[in-house]
Design a binder for this molecule. Structure first.
Ligand code: SF4
Length: 468
């Protein structure tokens, strides 16, 4: 727990308490170039530190002093879950990729040769899973792609503000890692609030806006205000819910504490709630340790004091949280702190996937065993769920039907709303880690949704000028 907390007066409001307890703390960040400046890494061998340099040449690395000082137990590295969540490990690259980059670094290869090899390795890591780029980006009347907007499900629009395309620290398993490696081709971002507002004005079937990144909470409040405050005009009454995807409660809870900009953010959230919007902070959590500091808990209280709801979601990951006890403890602590457990995701098929993936059969066991340990209020978490191109597919369970062992699946969200909640079945496969590894059960040749999905895909790809 933090040493920064002053004694609190029992009569203080949440506002007064969190303001008084937390003086502004400077944000100090480290990237690949600074690995040697992180004092705590001195306890690793030179070979281990070199391995980190190799991996962080390919995958993005960024960590800050709060994570280093308050979240990682340095007496337990490399096993510590938050160390695994933020620091590069050798196994995150396939052996042939690792060796290729390592030998270039060892031989002092010139920058052009190294950059070329890094770019090639990155391209083999499926930088845009689930066809995000081609299938989810809407177009204007003239067929131009509207950068920064994704519209996959009828009622929900995702917006990627350009100032929010980074995070206070990076997760080693990040499914949006491609945005952080400096390849502009791979970025999904918008520079204009006008693009967003025009799109929402035209699409009145949209009820939910998900503001995402990176992490929109890296933005100054005045920029967030430029995007969100106009939504209070009557022409945007159809936008009922504003969700903000963020890991700031883990990586930088001081974003919500102790500064004028934090106060302004709290005012903005209050203003949105008081105007009748449902404001949900979609907090990304992977481990109960992220909730276990004074700053994290004070930030949670302060957000809740605005009337905004905090919902918790995150992937199931080997080396970090592939243990029912970790999930049960995390969900219990979330409920205690007033957070609503929302999703357990399967790790996406991108980046360092092979290091983190857990077979779907095991993921379902972990989910089930964790659920059995918690009360009804924590059983709001859905999962394990795959955010695949056709939709969000949940493993509902393993069963034996007509003598065949099967996975029972359902769409939580689908490209066609008619698919949602219809149970369907896959042959049981102990090794499968993603939807495309599964085969329909009972001798069926196709999924019930497959022809329709292919037709949607062809349409989208041809609109994008790409062959299906
Ligand atoms: S918080 Fe989300 S976007 Fe940011 S690094 Fe982690 S997984 Fe990626």
């Amino acid at each position: 727990m933090s040493a920064q907390v002053q004694p609190l007066k029992a009569s203080w409001s949440i506002e007064q308490a969190t303001q008084a307890a937390f003086e502004p703390v400077p944000f100090k960040v480290y990237t690949q170039r600074d690995l040697d400046r992180i004092v705590q890494l001195g306890r690793l061998s030179p070979e281990q530190r070199f391995e980190m340099k190799v991996v962080s040449s390919v995958l993005p690395f960024r960590v800050n002093q709060y994570v280093i000082d308050e979240l990682i137990d340095w007496s337990d590295i490399p096993a510590d879950p938050i160390f695994q969540l933020t620091f590069p490990q050798r196994g995150m690259l396939a052996p042939e990729h690792f060796e290729r980059i390592a030998s270039l670094l060892r031989s002092g290869a010139d920058k052009a040769e190294l950059d070329q090899a890094i770019a090639e390795v990155r391209h083999e890591l499926n930088p845009h899973p689930a066809d995000q780029m081609e299938m989810n980006m809407p177009r204007d009347e003239s067929g131009e792609r509207l950068d920064g907007i994704q519209h996959k499900y009828r009622e929900t629009v995702l917006f990627f503000p350009s100032q929010g395309q980074t995070c206070h620290s990076y997760c080693t398993f990040c499914f949006r890692w491609a945005q952080f490696v400096g390849d502009k081709e791979l970025r999904i971002s918008a520079s204009e609030a006008k693009t967003l507002h025009d799109y929402l004005r035209r699409n009145t079937e949209v009820t939910d806006l998900l503001f995402t990144g990176g992490d929109p909470m890296v933005m100054k409040t005045r920029h967030l205000r430029d995007y969100l405050e106009p939504l209070l005009k009557p022409e945007f009454d159809h936008i009922q819910t504003i969700r903000i995807g963020s890991k700031a409660l883990t990586f930088w809870p001081h974003r919500f504490l102790g500064t004028e900009d934090a106060d302004d953010l709290i005012c903005l959230l209050t203003q949105l709630v008081e105007a009748g919007k449902h404001v949900a902070l979609m907090a990304h959590y992977n481990h109960w340790k992220e909730l276990d500091t004074d700053a994290a808990q004070a930030a949670i209280q302060r957000i809740r004091s605005t009337g905004a709801v905090i919902r918790a979601q995150g992937p199931l990951l080997a080396h970090i949280n592939d243990d029912p006890a970790v999930w049960a403890k995390m969900w219990k602590l979330q409920v205690k702190l007033g957070i609503v457990p929302y999703y357990m995701f399967a790790e996406r098929d991108t980046g360092a996937r092979a290091y983190f993936e857990v077979p779907l059969a095991r993921a379902w066991e972990i989910y089930r065993e964790a659920m059995q340990q918690v009360s009804g209020l924590a059983r709001t978490a859905r999962g394990p769920s795959m955010s695949a191109s056709p939709g969000k597919v949940e493993i509902q369970g393993v069963a034996e039907v007509a003598g065949e062992k099967v996975f029972v699946l359902r769409f939580i969200q689908g490209r066609n709303p008619d698919w949602v909640q219809r149970p369907f079945f896959a042959k049981y496969d102990e090794e499968a880690t993603w939807l495309h590894h599964l085969k329909p059960a009972f001798g069926e040749e196709k999924w019930f949704w497959e022809d329709e999905y292919e037709a949607i895909r062809c349409d989208k790809l041809s609109a994008a000028g790409l062959a299906a």
